[in-house]
Design a protein around this ligand. Structure first.
Ligand SMILES: Cc1ncc(COP(=O)(O)O)c(C=O)c1O
Ligand SMILES: [Zn+2]
Length: 399
């Protein structure tokens, strides 16, 4: 029988896939640190196969793979020169099958769903998790139910609809929708693999484990992660906790969570020294993915960040869009504003960090800019206009 743990009361519970929360603390339950021998299978090429010993999955069904993982760790050489920085890397998670890190988690949760003969899955999403869950649901031939906010953008709707799930746009508070999905799931046997699902979080670990290998089996000094629900940061931290418990690294990297300052409940709680966050009521709509007013993993993030001497910061829209352009113009990387927030946070905090020569920083870039084309400002784009007959003249002027 699989056991999950509450990191607040330390009690263990047997797995209930339809309601993975502590009945007393109401916090998400997680898999405890694995205690069996965790060998990395270097001879395997698929990311899930390589790290199977770090996952709560007995056997992998290869028919469910969509080519997730094995994403590059790119040195940001031009930005290092521009800002005179040592060792800055981007872990580019936009290379996943539906262009975001969410596929790491969905890939593991779908394995569990199929092994349990579950026929209906679902998710609550502001965008990236919707398309990820719909894609894996389609691949597995499962009925997939996706709840999105009423205000979801056209591009996010279309990139989900193409997989043909049951998609419902729901009016009302997004924080309440998350809770409601679990009561609906229990009643109708739908496994809601939401943002802090324990299997999803185990999948998120793999980007951390790959980073460890890509750095020559070393941990970075700092990892910057954009934070909304908190699930991704929890998973990445868990990767390094697993490695430390196996004595494969000496120290867990310092994690820095980054939020958008227009809705940053965790950065606010961190700054005021609190151990739990306050839900933000009536938040203004923000068109990118790091703005959950009631993050379900928020209290775990606060607890672990404090234990880790990490930081939770927030950045303005201006800082985010400036960082998005820097990554594109200097490094050829087009990521979502939510992902660029990591660079914005890094530039904001770099003076306070210990950036000596061997201290590596990794920015986790969570999703592709192609998922947020509408957020770009066309008026800031340099375009020359010409006809075929005046093209030679135009080029001469530019050259
Ligand atoms: C592109 C992107 N980055 C970061 C996040 C935040 O991840 P989490 O909700 O796991 O904290 C999301 C969540 O939707 C996202 O879509
Ligand atoms: Zn508890």
């Amino acid at each position: 029988m699989e056991h999950l743990e509450c990191v607040f009361c330390n009690r263990h519970y047997s797995l209930n896939i339809f309601n993975p929360f502590c009945p007393d603390c109401r916090e998400p339950l997680l898999f405890p640190i694995v205690t069996r021998e965790e060998k990395i299978l270097f001879d395997k090429s698929e990311s899930l196969e390589k790290f199977i010993n770090f996952l709560p999955i007995e056997q992998l069904d290869q028919n469910l793979f969509l080519g997730e993982g094995n994403t590059p760790l790119l040195p940001l050489q031009n930005l290092m020169s521009k800002f005179d920085l040592p060792l800055l890397y981007a872990k580019d998670e936009s290379r996943n099958p539906t262009l975001s890190f969410k596929d790491r988690g969905t890939a593991v949760a779908i394995q569990k769903a199929v092994s349990l003969n579950i026929s209906k899955i679902g998710t609550v999403s502001v965008g990236n998790m919707a398309s990820s869950t719909a894609a894996y649901g389609a691949k597995a031939g499962l009925k997939t139910y996706v709840f999105v906010e009423e205000a979801v953008s056209q591009e996010k709707l279309l990139s989900t609809c193409i997989y043909n799930p049951f998609l419902i746009q729901v009016k009302g508070d997004y924080g309440n929708l998350f809770e409601k999905s679990f009561s609906i799931g229990k009643k109708h046997d739908i496994y809601f693999m939401n943002s802090v699902d324990p299997f999803r979080i185990e999948g998120y670990k793999l980007a951390g484990l790959e980073t460890f290998i890509q750095l020559g089996q070393k941990a970075p000094k700092y990892v910057f992660v954009p934070v909304s629900s908190g699930g991704h940061l929890i998973g990445l931290m868990k990767a390094f906790r697993d490695l430390k418990s196996r004595n494969l690294i000496q120290e867990i990297p310092k994690f820095i969570g980054v939020q958008a300052d227009r809705c940053s409940p965790l950065a606010k709680a961190y700054r005021s020294g609190k151990f739990s966050f306050e839900r933000i009521r009536n938040p203004q709509p923000i068109p990118y993915a790091i703005c959950n007013p009631n993050p379900p993993g928020g209290n775990i993030v606060l607890k672990w960040i404090r234990q880790n001497n990490g930081i939770i910061t927030d950045v303005s829209d201006e800082e985010i869009f400036h960082a998005q352009r820097l990554l594109a113009e200097y490094e050829g990387i087009f990521c979502l504003p939510a992902s660029a927030a990591t660079l914005a946070g890094f530039l904001k905090l770099s003076k306070n960090l210990d950036l000596t020569q061997n201290n590596t920083t990794v920015l986790v870039l969570t999703g592709s800019g192609l998922k947020g084309l509408k957020l770009l400002n066309i008026s800031k784009t340099r375009i020359f206009h010409s006809t075929i007959s005046t093209l030679e003249h135009t080029i001469r002027q530019i050259v």
